[in-house]
Design a protein around this ligand. Structure first.
Ligand code: FAD
Length: 381
């Protein structure tokens, strides 16, 4: 056996999970990445920032929301509250250098073959054998592109490296969640006129789960962009795009309500990403577009293949932010340690700092947000 555990992907999920494994006593771990450590973050538009704020609150057992270990802090590392993609990738790199992680970069995993009690991973360069695989391949390489007929005429928001590359004087954006509103803010500040079509109205939504509504950071920036550029932003909520057609001199965008919009420039589609498990979907059971997991984030079909990252769904809740999916690093580490016959690891500190959350009742049934209209404070979770 070459390694006890191979982790595919050196983003926050892969790097963070490997350090939880180490705290559980498992050292014989290899991390493989098709590109570089944190490469998804290096492909973000240069103006984009993490929407989740960073603050070095670690000494009070409240670890920085974007940290991938209980004792590091991106805020402390970069001295900023909202890091850019490059700054966050630098943090990931610094963590892996400091802890001397065994990462092989520029080595894409092409195939996983199950054996009797092991897995063989074929990369572009080698073949490796291991007992356990943790898939941490991320969503960023899988933009949703086929949501409606004619979507191929649009450009996905993740294709931009800087919003300054957008040459038109007006932009039609499809999608009103974080990415669509982020694009709206930057383009409005670059003096473009924006028409945004969204099937919901996240800017007006009220929900206890922060994944279901615009972050305060983005809402604040949207209000600022609208104030500083009066009349430049038009938000059309509850408008589902059904088709985009390309004519010789413009694009025609049709909606479910029968509205028709035309624009000179390729519409920008900001409708998110497919599951991170897309490249290995045959190893997981699916209900529609949702992969199924055991209570320990393992495949229900192939014991020994775990998943770590934002596509994790437990009890109908998506663990899409770093502070959410890091809560499961300890659960995965504990399960693997037991499976490999290690002595029971002491992960009390991980539990205390939110890196080992096995009580899913709390994080999937959140009623703890305070209604700003209400006079009383909601129940604690
Ligand atoms: C635009 C955007 C903004 C976001 N903003 C926030 C935010 O503000 N706060 C927050 O908490 N979360 C945010 N998220 C969600 C989440 O934190 C990110 O998606 C994060 O990158 C997930 O980490 P990851 O390690 O799963 O994936 P990634 O960071 O994408 O890392 C995956 C790695 O796997 C490698 N890989 C993929 N396939 C293979 C293969 N076959 N072989 C080898 N290597 C492979 C890739 O090269 C990549 O380096 C955001 C997500 C997106 C898309």
């Amino acid at each position: 056996m070459d390694f006890e555990v191979i982790i595919v992907g050196a983003g926050p999920a892969g790097i963070g999970c490997s350090l939880s494994l180490r705290r559980a006593g498992i050292e014989n771990v290899l991390i493989l990445d098709a590109d570089k450590i944190g490469s998804s973050f290096r492909r973000w538009p240069e103006q984009m920032r993490l929407i989740t704020p960073s603050f070095h609150s670690n000494p009070f057992y409240i670890t920085d929301l974007n940290a991938i270990t209980p004792t590091t802090s991106p805020a402390d590392f970069v001295q900023k509250e909202h890091l850019s993609g490059h700054e966050y990738a630098d943090y990931l790199n610094a963590v892996s250098v400091y802890y001397e992680l065994n990462v092989r970069q520029n080595e894409k995993v092409l195939q996983i073959n199950p054996g009797l009690d092991s897995y063989t991973l074929k990369t572009e360069k080698k073949v490796y054998k291991c007992k356990i695989v943790v898939w941490a391949g991320g969503e960023f390489s899988h933009p949703k592109t086929g949501s409606f007929p004619g979507a191929e005429h649009c450009v996905h928001s993740s294709a931009f490296r800087t919003w300054e590359d957008y040459k038109g004087d007006e932009a039609l954006i499809i999608g009103g969640y974080e990415s669509g509103i982020d694009a709206t803010c930057h383009l409005a500040n670059l003096k473009k006129r924006i028409l945004l079509l969204s099937n919901g109205e996240p800017w007006n939504a009220d929900h206890t789960d922060p994944s279901e509504l615009l972050s305060p950071f983005t809402r604040d920036r949207l209000l600022g962009a609208m104030k500083n550029n009066p009349g430049s932003v038009m938000l059309h909520g509850n408008t589902t795009v059904t088709q985009v057609n390309r004519l010789s001199d413009c694009y025609i965008v049709e909606t479910e309500n029968g509205d028709v919009f035309d624009t000179k420039h390729r519409p920008i589609i900001a409708n998110g990403f497919e599951s991170a498990l897309t490249p290995i979907k045959e190893f997981f059971e699916w209900k529609g577009s949702q992969p199924q997991f055991t209570d320990e984030d393992e495949s229900t079909l192939h014991p020994g293949i775990f998943y770590s990252g934002p596509s994790l769904v437990q009890r109908g809740s998506k663990f899409c932010f770093i502070y959410k999916f890091r809560a499961r690093f300890g659960v995965i580490a504990l399960t693997i340690a037991k499976r490999l016959g290690y002595p029971e690891p002491h992960l009390e500190d991980d539990r205390k700092r939110g890196f080992l959350v096995d009580d899913l009742e709390c994080c999937t049934n959140c009623e703890c947000a305070v209604d700003s209209e209400a006079e009383t404070v909601g129940s604690e979770s």
